[in-house]
Design a protein around this ligand. Structure first.
Ligand SMILES: NC(=O)c1ccc[n+]([C@@H]2O[C@H](COP(=O)([O-])OP(=O)(O)OC[C@H]3O[C@@H](n4cnc5c(N)ncnc54)[C@H](OP(=O)(O)O)[C@@H]3O)[C@@H](O)[C@H]2O)c1
Length: 237
């Protein structure tokens, strides 16, 4: 996998950009020349990332927003078209764990939240961004999945289910768009040292962790104009 991907002249929207994998991907895309549009709720963290990107000579725009605000999400495509004249790359990366525990005793509101952030927001974004990505000469959609989409884990039912559904949604969408210039794929990043893993394993993860930088090449490869993959899952480890 080459790190020398040129994204100059491209506009890239990245969700879950305030920290972890999304922030690392944002920095790498900006370094590769893309104008990055960063979405998450935590304004302070987005502003710090904006400073860092600008100091490194890059260009970023911030959209501080809760992904569960679907009415706002539905307006994003037309808003980006008006502001930037289009969009070339969409990284649907934001995600949440929910509460880990027995499914039969779980809270329905939490279940809904996990589905909304991990699956339904990505559906809304595909819908509103599709015309922009189709209009780009090399539109790219990349979604962050998980090994748990295919390996059910006790007490993680909401998370596993949401990622399994996300994978199927992206594969079905890829089948629909096979004849276009747009490519849509998923990344299974492995186990990465982020806030999410610390939340899941408060006593520390009992194994080796990848760094966010380790997973960046997969996102660069899938964003490049040379990407041929479509409906694929790229596994980092
Ligand atoms: N770390 C791993 O080992 C691992 C493994 C497999 C898959 N993944 C996946 O990788 C992706 C990134 O996770 P991460 O590990 O980098 O974890 P993280 O550091 O917890 O990042 C999660 C990101 O999602 C955003 N987010 C969560 N809920 C949101 C909401 N309602 N509205 C808008 N943004 C929201 C967060 O931003 P705000 O809180 O600022 O809104 C944050 O930027 C997720 O999809 C996760 O499922 C991670």
């Amino acid at each position: 996998m080459s790190m020398s991907v040129d994204l100059s002249g491209k506009t890239a929207l990245i969700t879950g950009a305030s920290r972890g994998i999304g922030a690392a991907v944002a920095k790498a895309y900006a370094k590769a020349g893309a104008h990055v549009v960063l979405m998450a709720r935590t304004v302070g963290a987005l502003e710090e990332l904006d400073d860092e990107i600008q100091q490194a000579g890059g260009q970023a725009t911030l959209i501080p927003q809760d992904l569960r605000d679907f009415e706002k999400l539905d307006m994003l495509g037309p808003a980006l078209a008006e502001k930037f004249g289009g969009l070339d790359i969409f990284v649907g990366n934001a995600g949440m764990l929910g509460t880990l525990g027995p499914l039969a005793h779980s809270d329905a509101k939490k279940w809904q939240q996990v589905m909304d952030v991990n699956l339904n927001a990505n559906y809304r974004l595909v819908r509103t961004l599709d015309p922009l990505l189709q209009a780009s000469d090399a539109g790219r959609m990349i979604f962050t999945s998980s090994k748990l989409a295919q390996e059910p884990l006790a007490y993680w039912a909401a998370y596993c289910t949401s990622k399994a559904a996300l994978e199927m949604m992206v594969k079905a969408y890829a089948a629909e768009t096979e004849k276009t210039n747009m490519r849509a794929n998923l990344v299974d990043p492995g186990i990465v040292d982020t806030a999410m893993i610390h939340e899941a394993f408060p006593g520390g993860y009992p194994g080796e962790l990848l760094s966010c930088e380790d997973v960046v090449p997969a996102y660069l490869e899938l964003a490049s104009k040379d990407c041929k993959k479509h409906g694929a899952i790229v596994c980092v480890s």
